[in-house]
Design a protein around this ligand. Sequence first.
Ligand code: NAD
Ligand code: MG
Length: 401
Amino acid sequence: MADSPQQVTVLGSTGSIGVSTLDVLARHPARFQVFALAAHSSWEAMAQQCLACNPRYAVLVDEKAAQKLREALADAGSQTQVLSGTRALEEVAEAPEVDTVMAAIVGAAGLLSCFAAVEAGKRVLLANKEVLVMAGGLFMAAARRSGAEILPIDSEHNAIFQCLPLTGGLSAGLDLAALGVSRILLTASGGPFRQASLQELQRVTPEQACAHPNWSMGPKISVDSATMMNKGLEFIEACWLFNAQPANIEVVIHPQSVIHSLVEYIDGSVLAQLGNPDMRTPIANALGAPERLAAGVDSLDLVATARLDFEAPDQARFPCLTLAQEAVATGLNAPAVLNAANEVAVAAFLAEQLSFTAIAGVISATLEQVKFTEPDSLEAVQQADLEARGVAQRLIAASAN
Ligand code: NAD
Ligand code: MG
């Protein structure tokens, strides 16, 4: 273990993953120091976090919220310096003092700061899966150039990572065949509507969609879990992280969320990672790798769990999974278009402007209307993202009339 504590930046610190990250970090004060915290606008939560872990910098993208935070911290005698604007996210991700960056902003908003961390060669703990969906090829190539170590936080990808014979983090060009891997089994809980009929799905409210049976998460990923787009995004994420072919990844519904994913080898062995559904496990795994760190997670009670069930996903009731699998097969900027349309459609659903079952329709119509380009630069990806957002917004506006 290093003598001086590792300096950690937490992007998205006020969110579900951010709060769990701070919980694990606080358990290991000799090992980690918080260098910077960053979020969008929740200044009251950020003020409390700053007083608890005393970071050098706190970033709030929203200028008005940053000013409120400055005043609150000054009143409390805090030394934390408050920055604002999107460029500040990149600055605290790439600062030379920083060793590790937790990328836990939700959606495309995390793209540039996540890339800044990778290009600066940091150890990057990746929760922000949308970045890999949008620009996985560029992301893995940047990690190879800079030597950045990528550690997956998504519980499924962290489970797969733990079931592979790797010593360091992930970088581009993993050779699954050389490791004897024949298949990756990506588990999915099936979300709150696993057994709902199509008619029932049409009447789903945002509140019902956000009530996940096993996990407590932010609103966007909760809706993604309910539509199963989350598993679609994770399918694409797994292709990039593990350099896997879509044909080698199978999605399996496992309602208990105790097995977090599995890896099958050519000798027939199947390795799984199990644990209570608590994101502090993958977070501690990635923070400590290759060492194990205490995470405050309850011991798994298999007798109380009693059974582990499995079923195939129903692509008719959950078309978003198929849309994502088709987008990764299409390649080019199709996954970036899918992601952008999904972000817009989910926001409209949460704002009660779009029905739950219309989300997939908006994504599929957007994919039909946007011409895919080569994702050969971040600008090209951002352009595809912007165009897809415009198309999706017009489709939603037209459907409301
Ligand atoms: P959340 O909504 O709880 O938190 C999001 C965080 O991002 C907040 O701190 C918010 O302030 C910040 N943010 C939002 N928009 C921003 C912007 N424009 N600029 C800067 N910061 C912004 O989300 P979450 O559930 O913690 O998820 C975060 C990411 O982790 C997502 O990509 C999600 O898919 C992924 N993830 C989450 C879980 C989970 O259990 N919550 C599990 C696996 C993966
Ligand atoms: Mg997941």
